[in-house]
Design a protein around this ligand. Structure first.
Ligand SMILES: Nc1ncnc2c1ncn2[C@@H]1O[C@H](COP(=O)(O)OP(=O)(O)OP(=O)(O)O)[C@@H](O)[C@H]1O
Ligand SMILES: CC(=O)N[C@H]1[C@@H]2OC[C@@H](O2)[C@@H](O)[C@@H]1O[C@H](C)C(=O)O
Length: 370
């Protein structure tokens, strides 16, 4: 019996995440028993080249067909390369690449084949983390909150706080570390706050051939167009109570709201929309958070971080402030969640996805000896 699938003890899990920004594959080792974090190990990053990104972009919003197949093959191969070479791994947590997400419609689609990876790498792989949650009426996302809870415990935090991921999409996790289990009612509240970097990336790519507004250089020169911001916040999503989640392109019409603006004003306005979505989301927290710990690439954007700081009454800091690696938190999360799935522990609850009951969904693929 594989150690990681046994019912106790700390194991070395290797997590992998390819997120909605389509920037590349993050990999990270985490030592855990599925409850507490014992340590963080080596990390890796394999960037997608422009040709890779074009294949993935062609699959966005699709559910079937040649573009989905091509994206899936690319993701599997990219992960086979990225996950090779790590020593002494007991279990792999493979998220795959989300192409489409419509939890109360067609469901959710993450491409990449964990069974192929298990066989190629000779290591058990946990994958397809979101489907069971949706089958039980949940949003299927966000799933990192159970890991954020473990991180808060690892850091010895005791006051209610929030983790905020600023990737292509933003997601917020409210945590009350006073509880001893993430699934305890009241321990967690989580949801997607709105678009984060995806619309900014898409606009600067289309207008300027840039992959991002690096360091907020453009936003710094621009001004937020308040009319567009008000139209954005009038979107029904923001009045909706959690649970709620988003597809990467749910707000792609935002680009229309800034079409007539200069590059700097358009980027500043999209950045302001991201911050406004977060500020609106924090209002849902049961008590005001003592601090907001920011992870994901958006924490590197000083203009966005400043907009968040002036919008909130608590300190807004990168997760590095408490010794975490904001580039790798999602990869670590799927290593952590993989151990939980393998050991029959929940990975989502009503407070994080609106699922009707605790669920620890996922497929465990075991390599067949040659
Ligand atoms: N120095 C920087 N300045 C501004 N933005 C940055 C910087 N570094 C990264 N970013 C932004 O962060 C994005 C990547 O963030 P991240 O890797 O967390 O996204 P992801 O994990 O793919 O998305 P998600 O969490 O939604 O799945 C980039 O596409 C870019 O927009
Ligand atoms: C369907 C899907 O892949 N959603 C992603 C996306 O990217 C950020 C946000 O929206 C979050 O809800 C989720 O990913 C993170 C890893 C999560 O599940 O916690």
């Amino acid at each position: 019996m594989n150690r990681a699938i046994a019912q106790a003890g700390t194991v070395k899990a290797l997590g992998a995440m390819s997120g909605t920004s389509l920037d590349g594959v993050d990999t990270a080792v985490i030592e855990t028993d599925g409850l507490t974090i014992s340590g963080f190990g080596e990390t890796g990053y394999r960037a997608y080249c422009d040709a890779d990104r074009a294949v993935l972009r062609a699959g966005l919003g699709q559910w079937h067909g040649a573009e989905v197949e091509a994206a899936g093959d690319l993701v599997t191969e990219a992960h086979r390369a990225a996950l090779s070479g790590h020593e002494g791994i007991d279990l792999i947590g493979f998220h795959g690449q989300t192409l489409s997400h419509e939890p109360h419609g067609r469901g959710t689609l993450q491409v990449g084949d964990g069974a192929v990876l298990a066989q190629a790498l000779g290591t058990p792989v946990v994958w397809d983390f979101r489907s069971d949650d949706i089958r039980l009426g949940g949003e299927g996302a966000p799933l990192a909150p159970f890991f954020h809870f473990a991180c808060a415990k690892w850091a010895g935090l005791s006051e209610p706080l929030c983790f905020l991921n600023l990737g292509g999409v933003g997601n917020l996790t409210y945590i009350d570390p006073g509880f001893d289990r993430p699934e305890a009612p009241g321990a967690l509240l989580a949801f997607d706050t709105g678009p984060a970097n995806a619309p900014i990336d898409d606009l600067v790519q289309a207008r300027l051939g840039l992959s991002m507004d690096r360091d907020g250089a453009l936003a710094r020169k621009g001004s937020v167009e308040t009319g567009a911001l008000e139209l954005f916040l009038a979107e029904p999503y923001f009045a909706k109570m959690p649970p709620k989640s988003l597809d990467r392109n749910d707000f792609s019409e935002m680009i229309e709201l800034v079409r007539e603006l200069s590059d700097a004003d358009a980027v500043a306005t999209l950045t302001g929309m991201c911050a406004a979505g977060v500020a609106q989301g924090v209002e849902h927290c049961p008590v005001p958070p003592s601090r907001l710990l920011v992870t994901g690439g958006g924490r590197n954007n000083p203009v966005l971080m400043q907009m968040l700081q002036v919008s909130l009454d608590c300190p807004v800091e990168p997760v590095e402030t408490i010794g975490l690696n904001g580039d790798m938190l999602e990869a670590q999360a799927f290593g952590y969640l993989a151990v939980r799935v393998a050991r029959g522990l929940p990975t989502s609850c009503p407070g994080t996805t609106g699922v009707s009951a605790l669920v620890g969904g996922g497929v465990v693929s075991i390599p067949v000896p040659a």
